[in-house]
Unconditional design. Structure first.
Length: 108
């Protein structure tokens, strides 16, 4: 593949991605949405994040790992507790990483 073709494909994908995302946002931003729709839209980021995290915690490497010595699952508990009480995303990340590393070391 020539460099010109590669850059053309990258530019084409960037334009397509931008248009696909921008058009609905521009259309909806001009509308007066009911409060219930605003409430519903507020749940989308949390739902997406939960789906991503649950997949990585329960299926690390693409294999189901529902065992008591799953370091991913065990590290998610203190991470969730820290975030619940502090509402600090950074604090939860630090606790999650440290918990995972400690559990990985202890469990082998």
């Amino acid at each position: 593949m020539s460099p010109t073709l590669a850059w053309g494909l990258i530019l084409g994908m960037a334009v397509t991605n931008t248009v696909i995302r921008l058009v609905p946002i521009a259309a909806i931003s001009r509308l007066e949405l009911p409060d219930v729709v605003h409430l519903w839209l507020g749940y989308i980021p949390v739902t997406v994040m939960a789906a991503i995290v649950a997949t990585q915690v329960l299926r690390p490497g693409g294999q189901w790992m529902l065992v008591p010595d799953n370091p991913y699952l065990l590290a998610s508990v203190p991470t969730a507790v820290v975030y619940h009480f502090t509402r600090s995303f950074f604090g939860a990340i630090v606790v999650g990483i440290l918990s995972f590393l400690a559990l990985r070391y202890l469990l082998g």
